[in-house]
Design a protein around this ligand. Structure first.
Ligand SMILES: NC(=O)c1ccc[n+]([C@@H]2O[C@H](COP(=O)([O-])OP(=O)(O)OC[C@H]3O[C@@H](n4cnc5c(N)ncnc54)[C@H](O)[C@@H]3O)[C@@H](O)[C@H]2O)c1
Length: 265
């Protein structure tokens, strides 16, 4: 990652780019010269992200309002992307929702929403775009897929207070391994980032949840602070760079040591 503009001439598509990690990753990619496709279900939020980026960086940005859980909308997004940029190099499956508590009392509509966005949404977007990545002649890797999963989906992180969300993130980790196997021969790497507890709108809007979570699970954070979105963006930059070209099918756990602490209880 020594070249300051190592993503110049490349295109990054970030889902859920209107908030939290998605916005921060989009800003980080632009800082390295990437042109961007910013997707969100909320158009105003990606207009804001675009304005923030253009204040500091001169890159080309396409905004696409689309609900990733609807494959027809994802196909429309692909059409717009192909018209403007032809191909993409980086795909970040970041958009996600967290609803409900104990899995066995979760309402069916909440179950469907979580699985439709967090799992089927990532599948929809990957299915729509992987061919646009394998067509390129960047060497040796033609595309990078980065799934934003969660410690909640790792074997030591299954969490009853966000039951179905944990299941959805475990499924995304499973997809990460599967797609790494399916797309390796197309020179596309697929990896996941599993964040722990981070201050983004997803959790800031629910401080009770964080307090309860830390108390009930007797969590000790070896690095004793809540994470910041920029730390997720830094790992995403590494996964987007040549430095990670031989890494695929992996989860990078980014949690200040939280899961180590859970394991040692
Ligand atoms: N915040 C954390 O501590 C944390 C920890 C682990 C994992 N994560 C994961 O990181 C990702 C980003 O989280 P965040 O904290 O930035 O959340 P956030 O709520 O701030 O942002 C999520 C964005 O996704 C968009 N979105 C929701 N449904 C969509 C859909 N159907 N189609 C397109 N866009 C949609 C929202 O409008 C929003 O802008 C999520 O997948 C989340 O599960 C977050």
């Amino acid at each position: 990652m020594t070249n300051d503009k190592f993503l110049a001439g490349k295109v990054a598509l970030v889902t859920g780019a209107g908030s939290g990690f998605g916005r921060e990753m989009a800003i980080a990619f632009a800082g390295k010269g990437a042109n961007l496709v910013l997707n969100d279900i909320n158009l105003e939020s990606i207009e804001e992200t675009k304005d923030m980026i253009l204040k500091s960086y001169k890159v080309d940005i396409l905004l696409v309002k689309a609900d990733i859980s609807d494959f027809n909308q994802v196909k429309e997004m692909r059409k717009k992307v192909v018209e403007k940029f032809d191909n993409i190099f980086i795909l970040v499956n970041n958009a996600g929702v967290r609803l409900g508590t104990f899995s066995l009392v979760t309402k069916e509509e909440d179950y469907n929403k979580i699985m439709d966005v967090n799992v089927k949404g990532a599948w929809n977007v990957t299915k729509a775009f992987y061919r646009r990545m394998s067509k390129q002649d960047f060497k040796p890797i033609t595309g990078k897929i980065i799934n934003i999963a969660s410690c909640a989906g790792t074997e030591c992180g299954a969490n009853p207070y966000i039951g179905i969300y944990s299941v959805s993130k475990a499924a995304l980790i499973s997809f990460t391994k599967l797609w790494a196997l399916e797309l390796g021969s197309s020179n596309i790497t697929v990896n996941a980032i599993c964040p722990g507890l981070f201050l983004t709108p997803m959790y800031k809007n629910n401080p009770e949840f964080i307090r309860e979570f830390i108390k009930r699970r007797n969590i000790r954070l070896p690095i004793d602070r809540i994470g910041e979105s920029k730390q997720v963006a830094d790992v995403a930059l590494f996964l987007a760079s040549h430095a990670s070209d031989y890494i695929t099918g992996q989860n990078i756990i980014l949690d200040g040591g939280m899961t180590v602490s859970v394991n040692t209880l």
